[in-house]
Each structure stands twice: as structure tokens, then as C-alpha cells.
Design a protein around this ligand. Structure first.
Ligand SMILES: [Zn+2]
Length: 103
């Protein structure tokens, strides 16, 4: 029957059809967002970051972990006392930066 959905409903689209369409749309949207997220850089501990987010790095002069804020998108670096610090050298948390300071 031409006016029957694949689930046997006499309507062209039953609740199952509508649900399946919505799932398909949501999966496509997730895939689009995932592609964008995959373009974001990762910290040294593998966490993806957005511009201006706080990250942490162990600073030997201070002997402590400091917050690196204000990473600018492209080239994903920030300026620290005359040095360029890449987001790839920073950590997502103070704990991760402290754990890595001996490396
Ligand atoms: Zn159906």
C-alpha cells in the first residue's frame, strides 16, 4: 500500500517513523558538532579546549603550577613573561600539571 508506512500504519508516518526521523536528524547534528570539536586542540593530558579557557602548566621559576589563561584561537598559544606557551604544553587541571612536572 502506497499510503502505508513500513511499520504498517495507515498514516504515511507513524510515531515510530517520526522517532526514527528524529534520531537520524540528531545523529547528523552530532556528527557535525563532532567534526567541529575534533578541530579543537588538545592539552598535554588530551583534553580538548576552547579559546580563552584556563589551563595549567608547571613553572620552574615559580616552582608551582600556574594558570595559563587567554589562549587565543590560532595559533593556540599565550604569552607568559616573554615566552610563548602552547596549549599543547599545558594541562587541563592543576593536578594533572603537578603530576607531570617531573616529566
Ligand atoms: Zn512507521
Amino acid at each position: 500500500m502506497a499510503d502505508e508506512c513500513k511499520h504498517g500504519s495507515l498514516r504515511r508516518a507513524c510515531p515510530i517513523c517520526l522517532r526514527d526521523d528524529e534520531i537520524k536528524d540528531l545523529r547528523a547534528e552530532i556528527e557535525q558538532l563532532r567534526e567541529k570539536v575534533d578541530k579543537l586542540p588538545k592539552t598535554a593530558d588530551g583534553v580538548r579546549v576552547i579559546p580563552l579557557i584556563d589551563t595549567y602548566v608547571f613553572h620552574p621559576v615559580f616552582g608551582d603550577c600556574i594558570i595559563i589563561a587567554n589562549h587565543q584561537a590560532r595559533p593556540w598559544t599565550t604569552e607568559l613573561m616573554g615566552n610563548v606557551v602552547s596549549v599543547a604544553d599545558c594541562y587541563s587541571t592543576r593536578e594533572a600539571a603537578e603530576a607531570a612536572k617531573g616529566e
